[in-house]
Design a protein around this ligand. Structure first.
Ligand code: ACO
Length: 431
């Protein structure tokens, strides 16, 4: 807590109050408005939470104007270059980079929790073959709350840890089961001799009738994408997990709420929507037509994968993915990828356009991720599921941080009511 104070004056009554100002380690100060209802009888109004800090957190820091993203203080560029998804998961959950034995113990624990209860597997038979995988994944994750009762005391730190390892380990298995169900292929059990991403690819692509060897290039590319999607402070899905979790609900139910929130095209669903958009645009010649639509306020069309609530400069993750696209496509032998070429041209043209310059709209993490997922053979409908696998780490880290905080309270926003004032009931015959 700093000594800074913010003076608030009600100009109609002249009443003043001094509001405490909290200072973080970096980033803007926040004004503690808790007293304004008591002092002035008013609430604050901030639809979309554009300037409201809903919590204190030590996990991730973003400077949207400078294009900076830090996890536990480490720049995303350094983590992407040097780290692994398992190491970043440990970092986000525990606060510091692991020593070698700590990383080994953590990775072993995740590997040993990859199987799901056989009854959960049978849930997939209840879905039509063309069910969207996000619908299946959110339903099956919610259903996990009906299992695993042995470690469900959220006030017990060891139980919370077991939950964290279970959900991180089982999400790829659930995703692969959803994928195999839509293909009508038999489920492939996890293999604990493979790394996190290699195991996921094996469950996706192996079939019982022949050997399948996971491409190390593909596993490495996926690992990078997972690092880049692992956490992003108080985004819509993470805030959803926190809000649901603040009621003390079963943590699998809270994560399922996060999966549902992620699905929307304004959030994680954008990666799927970008590929659909690129296919719709088709050729470079059509770019001006679609840009005009994106700028036209009477059209619902937006340039998917562009713009961000927080980044008003390049999304640092998009820069890393764009560079990785070149490398991954070359390694996989996709030297001529028309969708990537189109995406590059679209970015170039949009970034010279006054509409996008004025509004500071830049490509976000989802603009290029679909190009890599496609090159790895992952179907478009699975893109947001990939995002959910990675973001589960962030959701769990935030849920853990919140539950462990003795000051935790149920999340309960207020409102500006603009409906009818009190009126008396009138019987149906008199209306
Ligand atoms: N295409 C065209 N115009 C856009 C776009 C876009 N992609 N994004 C924002 N704008 C315009 C808005 O119309 C608005 O214009 P106006 O000032 O003339 O009214 C202005 O830019 C500000 O946009 P808002 O919608 O107010 O910004 P907000 O912070 O509420 O929304 C969001 C951010 C949802 C990401 C938005 O930019 C968007 O819809 N982008 C496309 C979807 C997308 O890529 N989502 C993924 C985000 S990253 C993630 O969740 C992983």
């Amino acid at each position: 807590m700093s000594d800074k104070k913010f003076e608030l004056t009600d100009l109609s009554s002249g009443k003043k109050s001094l509001l405490p100002v909290h200072t973080g380690s970096i980033g803007p100060d926040v004004i503690d408005v808790a007293a304004i209802n008591k002092d002035h009888g008013v609430f604050t109004f901030d639809p979309g939470f554009g300037v409201t800090a809903a919590t204190e957190s030590k996990i991730t820091y973003i400077d949207g104007d400078a294009g900076v993203l830090l996890h536990r203080g480490y720049p995303i560029e350094q983590l992407a270059e040097n780290s692994s998804f398992m190491e970043v998961a440990y970092l986000l959950l525990n606060g510091d980079l692991p020593k070698a034995p700590e990383l080994q113990t953590f990775t072993d624990s995740i590997s040993r929790h990859t199987m799901i209860n056989e009854s959960l597997l049978r849930f997939f038979n209840g879905f039509h073959h063309n069910a969207h995988p996000m619908a299946m994944v959110s339903a099956v994750v919610a259903s996990m709350s009906a299992f695993y009762h042995d470690s469900m005391d959220i006030n017990n730190p060891r139980h919370r840890e077991i939950f964290a390892h279970r959900i991180i380990a089982k999400l790829p298995t659930i995703a692969a089961a959803a994928h195999k169900h839509s293909l009508g292929q038999p489920f492939i059990y996890p293999r604990n001799d493979l790394g996190y991403c290699a195991n996921m690819l094996n469950m996706f692509y192996a079939v019982p009738c022949e050997d399948y060897v996971v491409s190390p290039v593909a596993a490495e590319a996926l690992d990078l994408l997972f690092i880049l999607h692992a956490d992003h402070e108080q985004n819509a899905s993470t805030s959803t997990v926190r809000l649901a979790g603040s009621t003390g609900t079963n943590p699998y139910a809270a994560i399922s709420a996060g999966v549902a929130a992620l699905w929307g095209p304004a959030h994680g669903g954008a990666n799927e929507a970008v590929l659909a958009m690129l296919e719709q645009i088709g050729t470079v010649d059509n770019i001006p037509k679609y840009l005009a639509m994106a700028k036209d306020k009477s059209s619902h069309f937006r340039l998917m994968g562009f713009g961000h609530r927080v980044y008003k400069n390049f999304d640092p993750r998009a820069k890393i993915i764009r560079a990785a696209c070149h490398k991954v496509l070359a390694s996989l032998g996709h030297t001529d990828n028309p969708l990537f070429e189109l995406a590059l041209r679209l970015e170039e043209i949009a970034l010279q356009d006054e509409y996008f310059i004025q509004r500071k709209l830049y490509p976000n993490v989802d603009f290029y991720s679909g190009v890599i997922y496609s090159a790895l053979g992952i179907p478009r409908s699975m893109f947001t599921v990939m995002f959910a696998i990675a973001r589960t780490v962030g959701w769990v880290a935030h849920w853990q941080e919140m539950i462990a905080d003795p000051a935790m309270r149920i999340g309960r926003p207020r409102q500006l009511y603009t409906g009818a004032a009190k009126r008396d009931y009138v019987g149906v015959a008199q209306r």
